[in-house]
Design a binder for this molecule. Structure first.
Ligand code: GLP
Length: 271
């Protein structure tokens, strides 16, 4: 696991956007796994800038979003499909083929098991995910894989914990319906990505970040399993990194890695 600490949230967004640019310029038909939440908004803004400067094109990119609320269709302003349109897809839509942007949408009456299986098949048919972007829940969730999620899990429906419902309630108006279930890629789906970049910013993520990097690997803390993936980069701002043990080591390693990556490139497993 590589840990990169940036001065500000803007610097985090910049760094991750440049990784994505590098990846797509290396593999034009790359498959990206995308995340929602407040954390990646600045990243998407930066990608739009790069797109507008003709530094990157998404013409041949396929995307899979991590998760979607259960029984919320794509036009609902609370849907993650709506979020992605608003913060990214609509701004680059002259270029992006929306039929290549996938979400695990499951409406009432539809069988979540079948939709989960179909999502997995679509990912496989696309050649697997080259780079998965992740945020981090304050309870250690990734996607909507709540504590107790099996490390073997695939895309499926999950009931959300009260902690996650409370954390996300800031995004809903008082009388607005807030779902308590969601479809989410499983932990095993996420671990199958060739590369993973997890972004965390803000002091409120510092405990979860510390547990992710050096806590015991346990289904009580789903993000901890990322310790076992061979190509994970955790990119933090200073606030989110404030409780990381052994921080000097990571700062030093990041410097050394940067030199090597500038010389030999990134994403060497991608052809
Ligand atoms: C949400 C999403 C996650 C996201 C996390 C953190 O519930 N399902 O994919 O990473 O919570 O969100 P935020 O970035 O708003 O803190």
């Amino acid at each position: 696991m590589e840990v990169i600490i940036c001065d500000t949230q803007e610097a985090v967004a910049d760094r991750v956007a440049n990784y994505i640019k590098y990846l797509i310029n290396k593999k034009e038909n790359a498959t990206l796994g995308l995340a929602t939440g407040s954390t990646p908004i600045k990243l998407y803004k930066k990608l739009i800038e790069l797109y507008n400067n003709n530094e990157v094109t998404f013409k041949k990119t396929t995307t899979f979003n991590l998760d979607e609320y259960y029984n919320i269709d794509g036009d609902n302003i609370q849907s993650y499909r709506y979020f992605m349109n608003k913060y990214l897809f609509n701004k680059i839509d002259i270029d992006i083929d929306k039929s290549k942007a996938h979400f695990p949408i499951c409406l009432e009456g539809e069988n979540p098991n079948l939709i989960g299986d179909l999502y997995e098949k679509k990912i496989i048919n696309a050649g697997g995910i080259d780079l998965q972007i992740l945020g981090l829940g304050s309870n250690g969730h990734i996607g909507f894989n709540e504590p107790s999620s099996s490390f073997m899990s695939k895309t499926r429906i999950k009931t959300l914990t009260q902690k996650t419902i409370d954390d996300n309630s800031r995004l809903f108006n008082k009388n607005e319906y807030q779902p308590n279930m969601a479809m989410t890629m499983g932990i095993s789906t996420i671990l199958n990505a060739k590369y993973i970049i997890l972004i965390a910013t803000g002091e409120n993520k510092s405990d979860a970040v510390n547990r992710l990097i050096s806590g015991a690997i346990s289904s009580k803390n789903p993000a901890s399993i990322l310790q076992n993936h061979k190509n994970v980069i955790v990119i933090l701002d200073e606030d989110a990194s404030s409780k990381v043990n052994n921080i000097d080591y990571y700062l030093n390693a990041a410097k050394e890695n940067k030199k090597l990556q500038e010389q030999f490139g990134y994403f060497h497993e991608l052809k």
